[in-house]
Design a protein around this ligand. Structure first.
Ligand code: FMN
Length: 362
């Protein structure tokens, strides 16, 4: 397999395997509505037969509360997203919406002074909340009614995303947010059927998947997971990581979803610090559908191609796709890459967002 061989993902026939990784860029307005700049950003990165995944967008106004991230729950948001999906489709591309609940990584500052919800009342450790500059708060433990309510919010957001013209949705089950918190034995210390054993910890994720499948169809449903990637606090699983995620994949296999999307076990996304102990390979072996992997593939562009050839995976690219709107053409033609500027990852305005140059042939 090479990076430039076609592959079918859900209902979508892709022409190659380079995917825009989901990336929060904070260019949405104060009502979590994508701006014209957001439309332009995705238009620039759209390409024939290529898949884009949006930044994480809230499934409801209660899903965490982060300023300037988008949402998938108001009419205004859906109308604005429609412009994005149209722009991408006009260029022959495809786009999935990443739907997100922050769980304990949220902040009461943006939740009407109410604490964020999480599987257990345990604050995320090790990190300052990047959105508030303060330590993470102790969340409130979700009741079973809360859980049912949140599952419904995922389903409704998925339906709204499809109404906005998306080709599918990706459940954000990675990076220490709500679904990941339920999967983790450190963040989830419940004693009911949503905590404890591996099947119990996986129950929430699987119920969300089922609800979203019912809402929009399996071929429009994907999920992102990061077994070792607890960016937002400690979401480890003791020594049961392989077992937890293997169980989850075995349960997901018969559901026939569009794809699973795994984040590589790498420190700080830097290829030079490859985690040599852990590997996604056992999960590649279990999974029977399209497998997207992400993380650190672009430090050396040739490593993307090598990895895809080795594994047959689709490869999602983050930082290099920020800096190279025409990344796919550059990889195909072996053109040099622009360097990304970290200080504008989470800024406002066009700088470092829509002003990266396309490759100009001399
Ligand atoms: C600015 C920025 C924002 C990100 N936001 C998200 C996000 O909203 N959802 C998500 O699943 N991952 C997010 N990530 C992680 C990326 O999707 C990707 O896994 C990571 O950048 C590693 O890939 P790379 O080495 O190609 O950059 C973000 C990464 C960056 C750099």
């Amino acid at each position: 397999m090479t990076l430039f061989e076609p592959i079918k993902v859900g209902a979508v026939q892709l022409q190659h395997r380079v995917v825009l990784a989901p990336m929060t860029r904070l260019r949405n307005d104060e009502n979590n509505v994508p701006t014209e700049l957001v439309v332009e950003y995705y238009r620039q990165r759209a390409n024939p037969g290529g898949l884009l995944i949006t930044e994480g967008g809230k499934i409801s106004d209660k899903a965490g509360g982060f300023p300037h991230v988008p949402g998938f729950y108001t009419e205004q948001q859906i109308e604005a997203w429609r412009k994005v999906t149209q722009a991408v489709h006009e260029k022959g591309g495809y786009i999935f919406a990443q739907i997100w609940h922050g769980g304990r990584a949220g902040s009461s500052l943006y939740l009407d002074n109410k604490p964020p919800l999480a599987p257990s009342p345990i604050a995320a450790v090790d990190r300052i909340n990047a959105f508030t500059g303060k330590p993470y708060e102790v969340p409130r433990e979700t009741t079973k009614d809360d859980i049912q309510d949140i599952i419904q919010q995922y389903a409704t957001a998925a339906k709204d995303a499809i109404k906005a013209g998306f080709d599918g949705v990706e459940l954000h089950g990675a990076n220490g947010f709500l679904i990941h918190q339920f999967l983790s034995s450190s963040a989830n210390q419940r004693t009911d059927e949503y905590g404890g054993s591996i099947p119990n910890r996986a129950r929430f994720a699987l119920q969300v998947v089922d609800a979203v499948i019912e809402a929009v169809g399996a071929e429009r449903t994907g999920i992102r997971l990061s077994p070792w990637g607890g960016e937002e606090g400690d979401v480890t699983d003791g020594d049961t990581t392989y077992e937890t995620y293997s169980y989850l994949l075995k349960q997901l296999n018969p559901k026939g979803i569009a794809y699973v999307h795994f984040v590589e076990p790498r420190d700080d996304f830097i290829r030079e610090t490859v985690d040599l102990v852990n590997s996604l390979d056992p999960f590649r072996d279990i999974w029977q559908g399209p497998f997207i992997s992400a993380g650190g593939y672009t430090t050396h562009p040739e490593s993307i191609a090598a990895r895809a050839k080795e594994t047959g995976d689709l490869v999602a690219v983050g930082r290099a796709y920020i800096a190279n709107p025409d990344l796919v053409d550059r990889l195909k033609n072996d053109w040099p890459l622009n360097k990304y500027k970290r200080d504008t990852f989470y800024a406002q305005g066009a700088e470092g967002y829509t002003d990266y140059p396309f490759y100009a042939k001399a």
